[in-house]
Write a protein that binds this ligand. Structure first.
Ligand code: DLL
Length: 439
């Protein structure tokens, strides 16, 4: 039987003029739009005072005079303080919850929604989605931006959309098989779980479906996880980044070369800062991504601190797009945890464990403190065929994972190998780290 292969890459453009605009022209456009955004923002209660001394911006350095906008700003003020127009011109609100449980509200005019949908269409077209595609959107529809955001972008392309929403795995599989789904939108943790579920019910993720493309985002995942998913399903997996405050998905997206995410610089102005000193870092250095909306009418945000860690890739991309790329997000500044005085990001752990072919699809990080000492435990699901193996082989594997982790994170963890399907799963964003020291 002929084995399914991941389809070849399609190098076509949704909006070639904009996507391949000369760098010089992109900068001119950004400067013009920055001035538009600042003037627009001044119409809001929140920015009126804050930006009153910011006159016309003539260079990007001028922008550095304006203060950052933070998540706390969004949480502390009345949601309406950020609106720049009469409420009757606002057609939609999305929200995402802050760590305190309060919500950040983002308001959109009709034009904002239209521009966002076009941006998402640009992303989907870039990775080869066309009107012939059958697109199953497995993200929550509602206040979360993942569902509606991708929905309207896919609709612009003319794809047939299955607005499946999140969860109900059995139904998702039924839809995928009966309607011959070719593209899906899903979180990495749910896609790993979906693969596990498909195998459990005796189907093959690569042979029993028509899938070609998965748009995967909304939470960090490593390159090794992408490779694992592409091998299991024999499809192309593309990373999609965004946050509600900047509309939602489609802020940055991988092209067919899958080497960093093009951040759409006609719509967003990016800065990368050192989160401790708040100073802009050298291009190519890692730091916190700060974004300014360049086109948004209803609720522009100026120098918004995303809390996400990444770096700019300096080299030109072979796809011909001129919008600069960012590295896949390492995590959030506040995802970092400290064990025995060492700073660790969950993504560093994921990169190591997902690199082992014996590792299945789920893992969990548990941090505890006993008699004043930090204890880091990594629970890892192992594929059925290996889990049934010799106890000595398992012990060897456990030691290999532990040693490689130690080399990467500089702390020796306890590694616990468990069977597939043992650890808790989620259909949305996964909670990988349980820090019992904070409970
Ligand atoms: O997660 C928007 C989205 C929906 C993006 C669907 C992609 C796909 P929020 O709920 O506001 O919005 O969460 C935004 O999630 O600041 C990052 O920390 C994280 N995040 C989103 N996409 C990625 C990604 C949506 N591809 C927060 N890689 C962001 C890593 C991501 N982290």
């Amino acid at each position: 039987m002929k084995q399914k292969q991941a389809p070849l890459l399609n190098l076509d453009f949704w909006d070639k003029d904009i996507e391949t605009l000369e760098r010089k022209k992109i900068k001119e456009l950004q400067l013009e739009n920055l001035n538009y955004s600042i003037e627009r923002a001044k119409k809001s209660e929140f920015y009126r005072e804050r930006l009153k001394n910011i006159k016309k911006i003539k260079s990007f350095e001028d922008l550095e005079k304006s203060p950052f906008t933070t998540k706390e700003d969004l949480l502390k003020n009345s949601p309406f303080d950020f609106i720049t127009t009469d409420l009757k011109n606002i057609v939609r609100v999305h929200s995402s919850s802050g760590t305190t449980g309060r919500s950040k509200y983002i308001f959109h005019t009709k034009k904002d929604i239209e521009i966002w949908a076009d941006l998402v269409a640009r992303c989907l077209y870039m990775i080869g989605m066309r009107k012939e595609d059958i697109f199953q959107n497995m993200m929550s529809y509602g206040l979360f931006t993942g569902g509606l955001g991708l929905h309207y972008g896919a609709e612009k392309i003319g794809a047939l959309i299955i607005p499946a929403g999140i969860g109900n795995t059995e139904k998702q599989i039924e839809l995928m098989r009966e309607l011959k789904t070719t593209a899906i939108h899903i979180t990495p943790s749910y896609l790993l779980y979906l693969a596990h579920y498909i195998e459990e019910i005796g189907l093959s993720p690569s042979e029993d479906f028509n899938l070609k493309i998965a748009v995967v985002g909304a939470e960090p995942y490593s390159e090794n996880t992408r490779k694992k998913l592409e091998t299991i399903f024999k499809i192309n997996v593309f990373n999609c980044y965004g946050l509600s405050e900047m509309n939602g998905p489609g802020v940055a997206f991988e092209c067919p070369y899958k080497d960093g995410l093009h951040l759409w610089e006609d719509s967003y102005y990016m800065e990368i800062i050192n989160p401790k000193t708040n100073k802009i870092v050298e291009e190519g250095e890692e730091g916190e991504l700060v974004l300014t909306t360049l086109k948004r009418e209803g609720m522009p945000l100026i120098r918004y601190r995303t809390g996400d860690l990444t770096k700019i890739i300096k080299e030109k991309c072979n796809c011909g797009r001129t919008h600069r790329r960012i590295m896949r997000i390492k995590g959030r500044v506040d995802d970092m945890f400290i064990v025995k005085g060492v700073n660790i990001f969950p993504s560093q752990i994921e990169t190591v464990i997902m690199g082992f072919p014996e590792v299945d699809k789920n893992y969990q990080i548990i941090i505890d403190r006993k008699q004043g000492l930090d204890i880091l435990t990594i629970q890892v699901e192992i594929k059925k065929e290996f889990f049934k193996g010799e106890i000595n082989e398992l012990r060897n594997l456990q030691e290999k994972i532990r040693d490689e982790l130690k080399e990467k994170i500089l702390v020796t963890p306890i590694v616990e190998l468990v069977g597939p399907g043992t650890l808790p799963t989620t259909t949305g964003k996964a909670k990988r780290v349980i820090d019992k020291r904070r409970l």
